[in-house]
Write a protein that binds this ligand. Structure first.
Ligand code: AMP
Ligand code: ZN
Length: 140
C-alpha cells in the first residue's frame, strides 16, 4: 500500500475508521455527505479502491461511477427539492483537489442560493485558440 493510501482520509472512511453520513454503498463505491457542504445534500461519490484522479481509474469503473452519480443525483434532487445541481471532479492540487482520492461532488443548487460557481474567463487570440485546438486534436 502506498503512503498516500495509508494516510488517505477517504480510505479511512471506507474502512469505517472515520464516521461519515453515508447515503449509498455497494461493493465498488460509497457515497457520503461532504463534511463542509456548499448546500444541504452536497454528496461525494467515491470508489472504494484508491485512485488519485480520473486518469488513474480504469475506464469500466469510471463508467460505473458516472452511472451511479446520475442515479444519486436524481435521489438528491428528490430529497432536497433542489432546482439544479453541479457535478465536479477536481484533479490534482492545481485544480483544487484537497483529498487525493478520486471523488465526484454532487452539489445541489437552489435559485438564488448565492453561490457563484462561474469562473472568471480569459481572452486568447484566434491564433492561440487554433493552436491549442490542433494540439489537443492531434495529441495521442
Ligand atoms: P476536493 O477539493 O475536490 O478534494 O474536495 C474534498 C472534499 O472533501 C471537500 O469538499 C471537503 O469538505 C470534503 N471532506 C474532507 N474530509 C471529509 C470527511 N471526513 N468527510 C466528508 N467530507 C470530507
Ligand atoms: Zn484513499
Amino acid at each position: 500500500m502506498s503512503y498516500s493510501e495509508k494516510d488517505c482520509i477517504f480510505c479511512k472512511i471506507i474502512k469505517g475508521e472515520i464516521p461519515c453520513y453515508k447515503v449509498y454503498e455497494d461493493k465498488d463505491f460509497i457515497a457520503f455527505l461532504d463534511i463542509n457542504p456548499v448546500n444541504m445534500g452536497h454528496t461525494l461519490v467515491v470508489p472504494r479502491k484508491h485512485f488519485e484522479t480520473v486518469l488513474d481509474i480504469e475506464k469500466w469503473r469510471f463508467g460505473e461511477i458516472m452511472k451511479l452519480t446520475k442515479k444519486l443525483s436524481q435521489r438528491i434532487i428528490n430529497a432536497t427539492k433542489a432546482d439544479g445541481f453541479e457535478l465536479c471532479i477536481n484533479n490534482k492540487k492545481a485544480a483544487g483537489q484537497l483529498v487525493p482520492h478520486l471523488h465526484i461532488h454532487i452539489m445541489p443548487r437552489f435559485k438564488n442560493d448565492g453561490l457563484k460557481f462561474n469562473w472568471p474567463t480569459k481572452k486568447f487570440s484566434q491564433a492561440e485558440m487554433q493552436k491549442i485546438a490542433n494540439k489537443i486534436k492531434n495529441s495521442l
